[in-house]
Each structure stands twice: as structure tokens, then as C-alpha cells.
Unconditional design. Sequence first.
Length: 108
Amino acid sequence: MMQISETRVVSPNPRQALNAVSTMRKTLARLGLPDRVSSEAGVVLEQIEDELRNPDPDRGVVTARLERFTEILVGAGVDMTRRSLIRSIRQIAAWLGPIGVPLVLHLA
């Protein structure tokens, strides 16, 4: 997925997705979830981050992990309309391209 600005074409890169994972980690810490839920969600974020750090990250793996992360939070009753969560998920979905669209639409 590419974004076209007035002056140039911008292709999302894994660095933007990594920044989004960092933001999600901070948001997760502020949610006050039970330790088990927080730990499980944190492990999934680590898996996403590990994949994004690969020289050629697998978008399918990142998509599956991001879906799992959202399932964990939804299952814990987290309001997925929180701006920081939605913004971060959208940033990762932008890197994912078309494969990430259904996830974002499901959360909207």
C-alpha cells in the first residue's frame, strides 16, 4: 500500500510498524489488565516485533499475530476504539498493505 503526497510517493516500511508496536506496548502497560492477559498480549507484541526486525518480514505472520493481539484485548474487554490502539494498528496495517485491511475494518 502506498500513500501519495503532493510531492512524493511514500511506501510504508517496517520501521513505522516497529514504532507502532512500541506505542502499543506503552498503551498495554497503561490498561491495567490482569497479569495473565497483559503477559500474553506482551508476548504477541514481542513476536510481531521479532518478525518486523527480520530482513524480509513475513506480512502473513505479522497479520496473524496482530489479529491475535486484538483478540486477546477484545476478550479482556478492552475498548478497541482507544485512539492510541487504533492509530497503532492502522500504522501496522498500512505496512501490511491489502492483507491488513480486513483487520482495520473489523475494529472500526
